[in-house]
Every structure is written in structure tokens, then in C-alpha cells.
Design a protein around this ligand. Structure first.
Ligand code: TRP
Length: 479
């Protein structure tokens, strides 16, 4: 009798455990199936373009182009975009959509137990280091909105405008305040969810940014002495090409397209199976490159017209454009709008960076989205404050660079291209051609370019990345 009761109780217990297990599994499944996906085709393109278009195009591209030789640098950069940027973006979309996961989860799902997941970890490190200096520049941009509103550029000489910029970035408090505000805004948008959060903002505002830049272009080209600037940007001087310039151009191709660290894997996971990946990649890349070139056309003519040094470094946009606004009709409103839109462009990029660690935390650990966002924001802000202080009060150098420059240099020129290299090997050699083809041509979408893509991602892209690295390390010398 006792034995019988025991048995009964045991069975009841086993059954209870069984139910509990089932329940747990259901919750887990719900969690993984409850992924948002972009509502419309425009949604994903707008969001991916929102990620790609940012300070990289308008702040970073002009200043490194100015430093590394102008037109010849521009051409090398365009080649990197075409033979490496395009295929790597497609590769990231394929990985993301196929796995339907964040950057780390995607590799865990597609190739469990294999070391490819290191790309995901590098992505988290990349997101933190990029956003730490990115938020500083976004903060400068916010300060410039304030400056534009209070009409601070009027009646200033180019020299005074340069001093104004230096005073801002070396100040121990002001840029930190803006930077933290920027991080808080970014976190708030990420918390509002993928769809509503990202889609809404980039769709309307990026085209508006484009229009303002075109207006600036017209004013810049018609300045006296602008021809010199156009020549600098479009007439190559191949003597200026150094292995370092090629290395920097490659890094920037990754940076500007948001590649090499899982952002586009994460975004790819939200893309609908019906969408044509190749077309989306072309559209995003075209929009990004177009904006960068237009930004160059606004900046370089003005650089020469106002006697500014094109290799002035990270301050170039901030010391150049404020000279133009007072010299154009409606300059006040264009100045204000320009910095507001640049800020929005920075915001949509920052969202995509924060999304990498947040998607990881919420899908792979038991930290929820809210806590994950707060945690990520705190870590990035802490490193970011160091970046900001390293522009003035904190004068330590690493490898001869300030902490700010170090974060920029390591992430864009090392982490991203290495990440991109591994991603191309993964798609080209680890997945089978059949799997890749299937994902590209999902639900009957056209993918006649698949064979070309497979060739590029297997051979051209990784070999090109490797050569640039070997060349810049001095192991292989060309010419
Ligand atoms: N591409 C953005 C810009 O040009 C910056 C950015 C957003 C980024 N997400 C990224 C760069 C991911 C590298 C990786 O401003």
C-alpha cells in the first residue's frame, strides 16, 4: 500500500515536471518566434540605409579623404565599396535572414560549436568601441545645433570658427553633457522597439538631409575659389597613394556601410523572405555612397575657398561648413536644419550599433531588452566619456594616438575588415553554394547574380582584404 502510494506520488511528480518542462519550452519558443520583422520593403531599406548613412558619410569621409590625398583616395574607396563592400553586405544579410537571429545567435544556429561565432563577439567589441567615439561626434553635432540656433557663426572669420570648435572639444564638461544626452536618446529609441523605432525616423528624414546637402553643394560650388576644391576631390594624383591610404580606404568602406560586425546580420534577420536581398544591398550602398560624395562636394570647395587645410583632421566638417551658412540666402535656417538632420543621421546609425549587443543579450541570455539596453548604454557611455576627455583634459596617448583616435583606428581599420574577412570565408567556404543560392532565391526572388557573387565572396573579396593588410603591414610591397 505504502509502496503503491509512493509510486503514485512519483508519477505525479514526474508528470508535473514534464508539464513544467513543456511550459518552459513554449516560453522559449515564443521568445524566439516573437521577432519583429520590417513591415514593408521600404522599411528594411530605410533602416539599413539609416544605419549606413551617418557621421561616416558627412564627418569621417571628408576628413580622411582630405588627409589621405583627395581624388585618388576617393577612387580607391569606391573600388573597395564595389568589390568588398557590396558582397560583404549581401553576405551579412544572407547570414542574418537565414538564421533569423542576432550576430552571435546566427553563427551558433548555423554552425553550432564552431568558432565562427567569434565574429559576433568582435561585433560586440566593435559596437562598444565605435559608439564610444561616435557618440562624442554626435554630441559635437548637438552643440552645433545650439550654435546654429543662437546664430553663432555670423560675422566670424574662418580662424574664429576654428577656435570655436577647439574650445568645444577640449572643454571637460560641455561635450560630455551632449554625448550622454545623445546616448540616452539612442537608448530611448531602441527601447521603443525595432519597427516603430527605426522605420519611422529614417524614412522621412534621410531624403530631407539629401536635399539640404544638395543645396549646400550648389552654394559651395559657386563660391569664389571653389574649383580648387573640386579638383582636389576629383582629379587624382596617384603620387599621393600610400599603403596606409589604401588601408584607411578599406576600413572606411566597412565603416560607412556598417559592415564587419554583425549590424547587417542583425538587420538581415528582420528582412522578409520575399524581399530581394541583392536589390536591397545595391540600393543601400548606392544611397550611402551618393551622400558621401555629395558631402565631399559641399566641403572641399569651401575648404579651399576659405583657406582651410584639407588635412585638418576630425574637425574638418565643423570648421568648414559654418563658414558657408552666413554666405547663403536662408543660411540661418539651412544651418539649423543641417545640424539637426546630421544629428538624426547619427541617431539612426547609433541605434543600429546599440542593437547588436541588445539583440544578443535579449535573445541569448536571460537579460531582457530593457535591461540589456540600459546595460549597453552605460558601458558605451563610460568608454565614451574617456574618448571625449581625451580630446582635451586627458592627454595620454596610445600608439601615438589619443584614446578617441585609438578607438576610431582600431575599430574601423582592424576589427571591421577582419570581421568582414571571416564573414566572406564563412559564406564562401563554410556554407555550400547551394545553401547560399537557396537563401538568395528564397520564395522565387530573382538571383541571377548569384554565381558572380559566389566568385567574388570566395576569392576576390577575401584576397583583396588580405592583400591590403599584408601591404600595410609592410609584409608585401607593391610598386
Ligand atoms: N555606418 C555608420 C556611418 O557611416 C556608422 C555605423 C553604424 C557603423 N553601424 C555600424 C559602422 C556598424 C560600423 C559597423 O556613420
Amino acid at each position: 500500500m505504502i509502496q503503491y502510494q509512493c509510486k503514485k506520488r512519483n508519477e505525479a511528480l514526474i508528470y508535473k515536471n514534464h508539464l513544467r518542462q513543456k511550459y518552459k519550452e513554449r516560453i522559449k519558443m515564443d521568445k524566439s518566434q516573437r521577432r519583429d520583422s520590417f513591415g514593408s520593403k521600404l522599411g528594411i531599406i530605410a533602416a539599413a540605409a539609416g544605419s549606413a548613412i551617418g557621421l561616416g558619410n558627412i564627418w569621417r569621409f571628408p576628413y580622411i579623404t582630405g588627409t589621405y590625398g583627395g581624388a585618388s583616395f576617393l577612387i580607391i574607396y569606391l573600388v573597395c565599396i564595389a568589390i568588398i563592400g557590396l558582397p560583404v553586405m549581401l553576405a551579412e544579410f544572407i547570414i542574418g535572414r537565414k538564421a533569423g537571429r542576432n550576430a552571435i545567435g546566427a553563427f551558433r544556429k548555423l554552425t553550432p560549436g564552431e568558432p565562427w561565432v567569434v565574429v559576433g563577439w568582435m561585433g560586440i567589441a566593435g559596437a562598444i568601441s565605435i559608439l564610444s567615439f561616435y557618440s562624442v561626434v554626435a554630441g559635437w553635432c548637438m552643440d552645433y545645433i545650439y550654435k546654429a540656433i543662437t546664430n553663432s557663426f555670423v560675422g566670424q572669420t574662418p580662424d574664429q570658427i576654428g577656435t570655436m570648435f577647439n574650445e568645444l572639444i577640449t572643454n571637460p564638461i560641455r561635450p560630455v553633457f551632449w554625448q550622454l544626452l545623445f546616448m540616452i536618446l539612442t537608448a530611448l529609441i531602441v527601447l521603443s522597439g525595432i519597427k516603430e523605432g527605426i522605420e519611422k525616423y529614417s524614412k522621412i528624414l534621410m531624403p530631407l538631409l539629401l536635399i539640404i546637402i544638395i543645396i549646400l553643394d550648389i552654394r559651395a560650388i559657386t563660391l569664389e575659389g571653389s574649383v580648387e576644391g573640386l579638383r582636389f576631390l576629383f582629379q587624382p594624383d596617384w603620387m599621393k597613394v600610400t599603403p596606409k591610404a589604401v588601408f584607411i580606404a578599406l576600413g572606411h568602406a566597412f565603416f560607412t556601410l556598417s559592415l564587419g560586425m554583425g549590424t547587417m546580420i542583425t538587420y538581415g534577420s528582420y528582412i522578409n523572405k520575399k524581399d530581394n536581398l541583392g536589390v536591397s544591398v545595391l540600393q543601400v550602398t548606392f544611397a550611402d555612397t551618393f551622400i558621401a560624395i555629395l558631402a565631399g562636394i559641399a566641403i572641399f570647395p569651401a575648404v579651399f575657398a576659405f583657406g582651410i587645410n584639407p588635412s585638418d583632421g576630425p574637425g574638418l566638417v565643423f570648421v568648414t561648413l559654418p563658414n558657408i551658412f552666413p554666405q547663403m540666402p536662408g543660411g540661418y535656417i539651412f544651418g539649423v536644419l543641417f545640424f539637426i538632420l546630421l544629428f538624426v543621421a547619427a541617431l539612426t546609425s547609433a541605434i543600429s550599433l546599440v542593437e547588436v549587443p541588445v539583440a544578443y543579450l535579449s535573445e541569448e541570455t536571460n537579460i531582457d531588452r530593457k535591461k540589456g539596453t540600459i546595460l549597453t548604454t552605460i558601458v558605451i557611455s563610460a568608454v565614451g566619456v574617456l574618448c571625449s576627455l581625451s580630446q582635451g583634459p586627458w592627454d595620454a596617448t596610445f600608439l601615438g594616438k589619443s584614446f578617441f583616435d585609438l578607438m576610431d583606428y582600431l575599430s574601423a581599420n582592424w576589427l571591421l575588415p577582419i570581421g568582414g574577412f571571416i564573414i566572406s570565408i564563412f559564406i564562401g567556404w563554410r556554407l555550400s553554394g547551394k545553401e547560399v543560392r537557396k537563401e538568395i532565391q528564397e520564395e522565387g526572388t530573382k538571383g541571377s547574380y548569384t554565381s558572380v557573387f559566389l566568385f567574388v565572396i570566395r576569392f576576390l573579396a577575401p584576397v583583396a582584404i588580405a592583400l591590403v593588410f599584408l601591404n600595410s603591414l609592410g609584409i608585401l610591397q607593391f610598386g
